[in-house]
Design a protein around this ligand. Structure first.
Ligand SMILES: [Zn+2]
Length: 120
């Protein structure tokens, strides 16, 4: 199960419109069919396709942008995410120090939870 709820995803996926985020959620996260997503959103299947395609494109562009900025070595502050421990929105996420999984799959936590977990 994802760490976020649908409403949190829609709220925090700032680059996406609410409808794009909803379409992406139903199709990619929940794995709904086009018909199911369309029914859920009170929309047509083709409109769901368009929204999901637009969401996917923005996410790829955002991902590319992050890669390009990373390559400059500049650290960007002010990124908002949700802590996987306390569920609070945070401007800084760090990998959970007690999570031994692959870096890409590590749970992300806020600085407060990070310090608590580290000293525990
Ligand atoms: Zn936290």
């Amino acid at each position: 199960m994802p760490e976020l709820t649908q409403s949190e995803f829609v709220e925090f996926a700032d680059l996406l419109t609410d409808r794009q985020a909803e379409a992406f959620w139903h199709r990619r996260v929940e794995g709904s069919t086009r018909a199911e997503a369309a029914a859920e959103m009170g929309s047509s299947k083709s409109n769901v396709d368009n929204l999901e395609r637009a969401a996917h494109q923005k996410i790829m562009q955002a991902n590319n942008l992050v890669s390009v900025v990373d390559a400059t070595g500049v650290e960007i502050e002010g990124v908002i995410g949700v802590c996987s421990q306390c569920d609070d929105p945070t401007r800084e996420l760090r990998p959970n120090p007690t999570d031994n999984s692959d870096l890409r799959k590590k749970q992300m936590v806020c600085p407060d939870c990070h310090d608590q977990l580290k000293s525990a």
